[in-house]
Write a protein that binds this ligand. Sequence first.
Ligand code: ZN
Length: 303
Amino acid sequence: MQGFNKYYPPDYDPDKHTSLNAYRGKHALGDRARKIDQGILITRFELPFNIWCGTCNNHIGMGVRYNAEKKKIGNYYSTPIYSFRCKCHLCDGWFEIHTDPKNTRYVVVSGARQKDEEWDPEENGGFAVHDTEGKQSTEDPLAALEKSTAAQNHMNQVQVPRIEALQDLADHYGSDPYALSRKVRKRFREEKKVEKEKQAEDSELKGRYGLPEELKLARDSKETEEQDREEWRRAKRELEERESAKRRRLDVTRTIPVQPTKRLPSSSRIASAARSSSGQPSAAELLRARILGNTGRRKPTGS
Ligand SMILES: [Zn+2]
């Protein structure tokens, strides 16, 4: 057992023992480091998937934890590959699981079988996933040569001219920044002046009609002016048509009292009482027709 406190015994010599753990002959990691001379550290390892033990053939569920012997067995680029050696809790068999940094997963190497529960998109209505890294192309020297030639051609015909064009453009704009800046600022000032005038006009208009500040006003142009004029003419024409139709209607109503028996066979009792027995319009009806005629005539002149 390694020391947990800082008690320094009387025979402890810092020059000789260097540390308390060394004085006691223990590793700082204690019992977990009992096989450290073989490069093995005991760690707690949790099964990342369901497996069947190869010795007792029992099913062991995902998430079962073991005191595994962890050992570095290699590298994938700079990422270490670790091996975890676990002893089955149902028998005395050992199984070994490695990390697989290339595919970011774990693989069972020996002593057990992994339950295949990989998600297959094709099986579940998705698209199949294919290995996009060509395997056979590297073995064919002619194909490799063709590929490199195509790449060379692409570089000469597409990439180099494009880079040169970009370089020319950069030279063109970078040659005289002062003159360019002056030109741009001059144009900006002119635009700003026009914009300011427009703004002043707008605010004046808004103030006159009590319109909200944030209202955006449409700009006048030849086209919109023409459209407005056209719209005005159309509206005027419509109004005139409406008026003339109304006048015609009024003329019709004015003629009704002349022959009331034909047009209104079952008119109201009041109307028939007001009418004289000979079929001639009464004085009240004549007056009504005259008033209606007057209003009908006055309307178009007033508009
Ligand atoms: Zn077992």
